[in-house]
Design a protein around this ligand. Structure first.
Ligand SMILES: CC(=O)SCCNC(=O)CCNC(=O)[C@H](O)C(C)(C)COP(=O)(O)OP(=O)(O)OC[C@H]1O[C@@H](n2cnc3c(N)ncnc32)[C@H](O)[C@@H]1OP(=O)(O)O
Ligand SMILES: CC(C)C(=O)C(=O)O
Ligand SMILES: [Mg+2]
Length: 552
C-alpha cells in the first residue's frame, strides 16, 4: 500500500460518558420519520429532478405514510421554488403532513423561502449553519461567538417572517457538521437557538444532529446523542432528530444506536440516495423494526414499486444486494441454504403460529411484496433440494426424496458445463432429457387390465429390441402383473424398490405422474418417470423408463 504520511489521519476522540445508558436500551417504538429525498437526495443527483419527477416522488412518499417531508431548498433555484408553489397551488399537501424547507441563515434566502411558503398550513423551517471546527476556521473564518450570532440572526429572521405567515411554522435547527463540532459548542449554540425561538410546551423545536460526514464508529454517534440529550435545555420540548450520512458504511447502525440514546426523530432517504455515500436508508431502518415486531408506521408492503419510482427519479440503479429490496436478497443459490429455506417454508406453511422462523430469510418476502418464486435459483453451487424445488414449484413434479440426488447430479453437470445460473426451463429440459427423451431398447405400446378377487391380470404389448411382443401376466397389483408379463421375455431381472405418484396440473389438464425405482444385481437404484392421463399407464411407463435407463 502507498505510504500515508504519519499524522495525516487521526483517531476520532472518545466521548467522555462513563455512565452512558444507551447500551442497555432497546428500540420499542418507531421514531418520527422525515424524508429528505426531495432535498438532500435531490441536491446530490447528477441530474436533479424535474417537476414531474418531484411530483411522482412526493406522491410515493405520501403513499408510504411519511408525515414530514423536506420538499426542497425553495430559495436556491426556480425549480425548487416552483415545486413548493405547485404543491400549495394544486392543494397537494394533506392536512396531516408537514412540509419542511431548508434554508441558510441569510436574509434574502429566508425572505424567498417564506414567499414560497405562502398558503402552507403547517411547515417546518429548517435553518442550518455549519458549526464544525474545520468550517468555522476554513469556510467562515468566524469565532464561536460569531457563528452563534449567525445562527441567532437566522432565528430572528425566521421569527420576523413567521409573524406575517398565515399558518403554523415549526423551527428545526441543525448545527451542520455536528460530528465535526465540539459537543459543548453544539449544545451551547442549540440552547441559544431554542431560547431565542422561545421554546415552550406549545413551541417545540427540532434540534437535528447531523452526521453530515460520518467520522467514527456508531457507538460514538450514540454517545454524542446521549450527551446532547442530557445537555439540551428544556429537553421535553426539544425533538432530537438524527440525520446520518453513510461515509463509513454504518449509517443504519449509527441511527439505531442513536435511537437507543434518546433520539426522537429520523431524517433519511429511500434507498440511501443523498450526498456522497448517501443518507441513511429509511427502508432498511423501518423494515429492521418490522422484523422485531415493531410497527414502523411506514408502508413498505410493495418494495418493488418503491425501487421502480426511486430508480426512475434519481436515475440511479439499486444494488442487487441492497437490504430488503435488492433483486437477489430473496434468492439462494447455494445448496444448503436452498435446502433449509425449502424445509423452512414447508414448516412455516404447515404450522398455525405466525412466528416467522424460516432459516436464512429474516423477513417473509410476501410482507414486502416479493414472491417465493424467485427464492431458489440454480447454479453450480446448488444442491438437489433446489432442483427439486424448481421442478415442483414451476412445473408440478413432486419428485420422491430418494430421486433428488440423481436429478441433482444431472443438473449440476449442466451448470458446471455452462458456468452460469440455469433458468427453470433449462432445468426442466434436463429432467425431460434424463427421463423422457432417452434411448429405448424396450418401449411400452398398450395394456389391458382386469382384476379378479384381488388378483390383477394384464395383457401387455411392448416392443423389445425392435420386435413387438404381447404377453400375459398376473400379480397382486397392475404393476406386479405387468412386471410378471414382461419377465416372460425380458432378460434383465429386477425388483421394484419404491413407487410414488401424484396428479399434476389443474382439473382440465391434469395428468398422472408416477415414479418407480428399480434395483437389480447390476444396478443399485435407478428411477423412471411416466406421465399419462391414466395413473396405471403412467406407472407402467415409469417402469419402462427405469428399465431403459438402467439397462440400455
Ligand atoms: C450539508 C448540506 O447538505 S447543506 C445544504 C446544501 N445544499 C445546497 O447548497 C443546495 C442549494 N444551494 C444553493 O443553491 C446555493 O448554495 C444557495 C442559493 C443556497 C446560495 O448560493 P450563493 O450565495 O450564490 O453561493 P454559495 O452557496 O457558494 O454561498 C456561500 C456563502 O454563503 C455562506 N454560507 C454558507 N452556508 C451558510 C449558512 N448556513 N448560513 C449563512 N451563510 C452561509 C458562506 O460562508 C459563503 O459566504 P461568503 O460569500 O461570504 O464566502
Ligand atoms: C442540512 C443538513 C442537515 C444536512 O443535510 C447535513 O448536515 O447532512
Ligand atoms: Mg445531509
Amino acid at each position: 500500500m502507498k505510504h500515508i504520511p504519519n499524522g495525516k489521519y487521526k483517531p476520532y476522540p472518545k466521548i467522555d460518558l462513563p455512565d452512558r445508558t444507551w447500551p442497555d436500551n432497546t428500540i420499542t417504538k418507531a421514531p418520527r420519520w422525515c424524508s429528505v429525498d426531495l432535498r438532500d437526495g435531490n441536491q446530490a443527483l447528477i441530474n436533479p429532478m424535474d417537476m414531474n419527477k418531484k411530483l411522482e416522488l412526493f406522491a410515493l412518499l405520501l403513499k408510504l405514510g411519511f408525515k414530514e417531508i423536506e420538499v426542497g431548498f425553495p430559495s436556491a433555484s426556480k425549480i425548487e421554488h416552483d415545486f413548493l408553489r405547485k404543491l400549495v397551488d394544486d392543494n397537494l399537501i394533506p392536512d396531516d403532513v408537514t412540509v419542511q424547507v431548508l434554508v441558510q441563515a441569510r436574509e434574502h434566502l429566508i425572505a424567498k423561502t417564506f414567499k414560497a411558503l405562502r398558503g402552507v398550513k403547517k411547515a417546518t423551517v429548517h435553518l442550518y449553519n455549519s458549526t464544525s471546527i474545520a468550517q468555522r476556521k476554513i469556510v467562515f473564518s468566524k469565532t464561536q461567538e460569531e457563528i452563534i450570532q449567525l445562527a441567532l440572526d437566522g432565528v430572528d429572521l425566521v421569527k420576523k417572517y413567521e409573524a406575517d405567515h398565515d399558518g403554523k411554522i415549526f423551527l428545526e435547527y441543525s448545527p451542520e457538521s455536528f460530528t465535526g463540532t465540539e459537543l459543548e459548542f453544539a449544545a451551547r449554540i442549540s440552547n441559544e437557538v431554542t431560547a431565542r425561538w422561545g421554546i415552550a410546551d406549545d413551541r417545540q423545536v427540532i434540534i437535528n444532529l447531523p452526521a453530515t460526514v460520518e467520522m467514527a464508529t456508531p457507538n460514538i454517534y450514540a454517545d454524542q446523542v446521549e450527551w446532547m440529550s442530557r445537555h439540551l435545555d428544556n429537553r421535553k420540548n426539544v425533538i432530537i432528530s438524527t440525520h446520518t450520512h453513510n461515509d463509513r458504511g454504518t449509517s443504519i447502525a449509527a441511527t439505531e444506536l442513536a435511537l437507543l440514546a434518546g433520539a426522537d426523530r429520523v431524517e433519511g432517504t429511500l434507498l440511501s440516495n443523498g450526498e456522497r455515500t448517501g443518507n441513511v436508508d429509511i427502508i432498511t431502518l423501518a423494515l429492521n423494526m418490522t422484523t422485531q415486531g415493531i410497527e414502523s408506521g411506514l408502508d413498505f408492503s410493495d418494495v418493488n414499486e418503491v425501487v421502480e419510482v426511486v430508480e426512475k427519479v434519481t436515475e440511479l440503479p439499486t444494488h442487487p444486494r441492497h437490504p430488503y429490496v435488492g433483486e437477489l436478497v430473496y434468492t439462494a443459490f447455494s445448496g444448503s441454504h436452498q435446502d433449509a429455506i425449502n424445509k423452512g417454508l414447508a414448516y412455516q406453511q404447515a404450522k398455525e403460529d405466525p412466528f416467522w422462523e424460516v432459516p436464512y430469510l429474516p423477513i417473509d418476502p410476501a410482507d414486502v411484496g416479493r414472491t417465493y418464486e424467485s427464492i431458489i435459483r440454480i447454479n453450480s453451487q446448488s444442491g438437489k433440494g433446489g432442483v427439486a424445488y424448481i421442478l415442483e414449484k414451476n412445473y408440478g413434479y413432486q419428485l420422491p426424496k430418494a430421486m433428488h440426488p440423481e436429478i441433482g447430479r444431472a443438473v449440476q453437470a449442466l451448470s458446471d458445463e455452462k458456468g452460469r445460473e440455469l433458468e427453470p426451463e433449462e432445468i426442466l429440459q434436463v429432467f425431460k432429457d434424463t427421463y423422457f427423451n432417452i434411448n429405448e431398447h424396450i418401449s411400452f405400446k398398450d395394456v389391458s387390465l382386469t382384476s379378479d378377487n384381488g388378483t390383477s391380470k394384464c395383457v401387455l404389448t411392448y416392443s423389445y429390441n425392435g420386435k413387438e411382443v404381447t404377453s400375459e401376466g398376473e400379480g397382486n397389483g397392475p404393476i406386479d402383473a405387468c412386471k410378471n408379463a414382461l419377465m416372460k421375455e425380458y432378460n434383465h431381472d429386477f425388483t421394484i424398490k419404491s413407487y410414488s405418484e401424484h396428479s399434476c396440473g389443474d382439473k382440465s389438464t391434469a395428468k398422472a405422474v408416477a415414479y418407480i425405482e428399480i434395483q437389480s444385481k447390476e444396478v443399485l437404484s435407478c428411477f423412471g418417470v411416466g406421465a399419462d392421463n391414466d395413473i396405471t399407464v403412467a406407472s407402467i411407463k415409469a417402469m419402462f423408463c427405469a428399465l431403459n435407463r438402467a439397462f440400455s
